[in-house]
Design a binder for this molecule. Sequence first.
Ligand SMILES: CC(=O)N[C@H]1[C@@H](OP(=O)(O)OP(=O)(O)OC[C@H]2O[C@@H](n3ccc(=O)[nH]c3=O)[C@H](O)[C@@H]2O)O[C@H](CO)[C@@H](O)[C@@H]1O
Ligand SMILES: C=C(OP(=O)(O)O)C(=O)O
Length: 438
Amino acid sequence: MNDLLYVNGGTPLNGTITVRGAKNFVSKAMVASLLGEGPSVLRNVPQIRDVGVVTGLLELHGVKVVADEVAGTLHLDPTDVESAHVADIDAHAGSSRIPILFCGPLLHRLGEAFIPDLGGCRIGDRPINYHLDILRQFGAVVDKREQGIHIRAPRRLQGTKIALPYPSVGATEQLLLTAVRAEGITELSGAAIEPEIMDLIAVLQKMGAIISVDTDRVIRIEGVDKLMGYQHTALGDRIEAASWGSAALATGGDITVKGATQPEMMTFLNTFRKVGGEFEVQEDGIRFYHPGGDLNAIVLETAVHPGFMTDWQQPLVVALTQAKGLSIVHETVYENRFGFTDALRGMGATIQVYKECLGGLPCRFGQRNFHHSAVISGPTPLSAADIEVPDLRGGFSHLIAALAAKGTSTVRGIGLIDRGYEYFQDKLDALGADVSRG
Ligand SMILES: CC(=O)N[C@H]1[C@@H](OP(=O)(O)OP(=O)(O)OC[C@H]2O[C@@H](n3ccc(=O)[nH]c3=O)[C@H](O)[C@@H]2O)O[C@H](CO)[C@@H](O)[C@@H]1O
Ligand SMILES: C=C(OP(=O)(O)O)C(=O)O
């Protein structure tokens, strides 16, 4: 299939679509299955590329994976991991950031792990120093080689006390997946507490782990000697749901997203309302719609949970190009997440990016030469263009812009969008979009 989409935009997206399990949870729950002595069953699994990548990695490590794609069920049986004992570079050739999370489970099971260069979106430097420091503190030995990083546990990993300099999602997950089977108690302060992390904790508790979460970002884990398999239904993808909400706003449409849940999206819903969008929380989803009239400019800062997610930022910026007045968006999670605005400017948007921390508190990136604040002046009509997808959310944002723009746009590299948006072309068809593969 070609990696190119023709989008004849200018018509509102209207209709109903469904989102399934969260990309940022499902891949981690799949890794957690490596910790169990018996098989696990994961439900509400979406057909996205990242699930395929992690399936491939698990299979290389000897996990039997049986998928029912229609039902969205994965059976994961790690019984043969010891006999497969894979620990070299070929085992990890992939395009996501998930391999780094294999460390804890593999160190417990095999005493060693190998991490190649990681994939994932290029939205900043994305170092892994917190991950490696955590593993070292548990007693692992980290050896950087030309092809990747070799890590070994000369003896059973020991519980420890760790303070994260920043509430990193991946580092918190690294710690959880390692501490549950380490000897003794581990305490993490400055933890990330995103809903996807809470769902991972629920999975680990089902497996036999003992984990408590305090109100002050402190997580305590009492290590146990063995864990069982789990049965779990993944929480819905709040990033995909919000992306469709922003698409409704940008195109003047009305989209009902089945599978979207209110508690995990409260911060997005507040912002959506301030911009002038309306929503209706239903029994099994959320309806997002543009009520007509002007949209409002806003001042917005991305932050860790319970703040406004960085992954919601890019699609919402497209909607802000249609709001009346000056909006300010301060990106505080990644230093380089406004690259996608170049293409929007080419389509007629008025967006200026700045190195200063605008509209909020100073963040880690102020005074450091990163264009991490944006001022958007609207409303500006968007015109069709030839666009290259830069990353997952930036790519979806370009798609929204093309759908809002009059005329036919060519969007190249749409394969990247498959990493996190299940059946997105079918969903666009269901919403009445005029799109076709090149
Ligand atoms: C697969 C997955 O779940 N991806 C999500 C995860 O990414 P990921 O887990 O990679 O993001 P982190 O929360 O770790 O990153 C946050 C910040 O911490 C920095 N950092 C992180 C680790 C480290 O060792 N050193 C360091 O400096 C990063 O460069 C970034 O500036 O959380 C992000 C923040 O909600 C989301 O945007 C991603 O969609
Ligand atoms: C940044 C993202 O993902 P990843 O961490 O997988 O690159 C994302 O989902 O927007």
